[in-house]
Design a binder for this molecule. Structure first.
Ligand code: DQA
Length: 151
């Protein structure tokens, strides 16, 4: 069974209390449980992580590259939070490892402030998901499963 690696960046540990009108009322633990269900339904094991530190995300992307090369990782779903809009290092890590990566945002970043309209992740991502609320995580996991079958 391959693993789906779900990585969450800065401030996503605040889900549930952080701007609930934008991000909803579910906590990160709720999102993890939702991802567990989606992975079980799609034949994946789940590895779910959150960090507030850019370099830790870079390290985890490198680890993902090694696991994908070894054939044990299906791909990465990355909600890089605000680093989406600032981080050349994340772009380089995705490009440098060649991992299959889905960029995810809970909110529709294109309907928000102009500074959220540019993403350093999108040009290196296989697919982009935004605006589906936390259910986007389940949709992205199903999408990753489809990619495994060449869909
Ligand atoms: C976010 C959108 C980003 O612009 C923001 O900085 C976040 C969360 C989202 O999930 O909608 O932290 O990635």
């Amino acid at each position: 069974m391959k693993t789906a690696l779900v990585l969450n960046g800065p401030n996503l540990n605040l889900l549930g209390t952080r701007e609930p009108q934008v991000y909803g009322s579910q906590t990160l633990a709720d999102v993890q449980a939702l991802c567990e269900r989606a992975c079980a339904a799609n034949g994946f094991a789940l590895d779910f992580r959150q960090t507030n530190h850019e370099g830790e995300l870079v390290d985890w992307l490198h680890e993902a590259g090694r696991l994908q090369a070894a054939g044990t990782l299906a791909g990465v779903i990355l909600n890089a939070g605000a680093y989406t809009h600032t981080s050349v290092a994340l772009f380089d890590a995705i490009k440098g490892t060649g991992i299959t990566l889905v960029e995810l945002h809970i909110s529709n970043v294109h309907a928000r402030e102009a500074f959220r309209h540019h993403s350093y992740i999108s040009p290196a991502a296989k697919a982009v998901m935004a605006g589906w609320g936390v259910n986007g995580y389940a949709l992205a996991i199903a999408g990753l499963a489809g990619m495994q079958q060449g869909a």
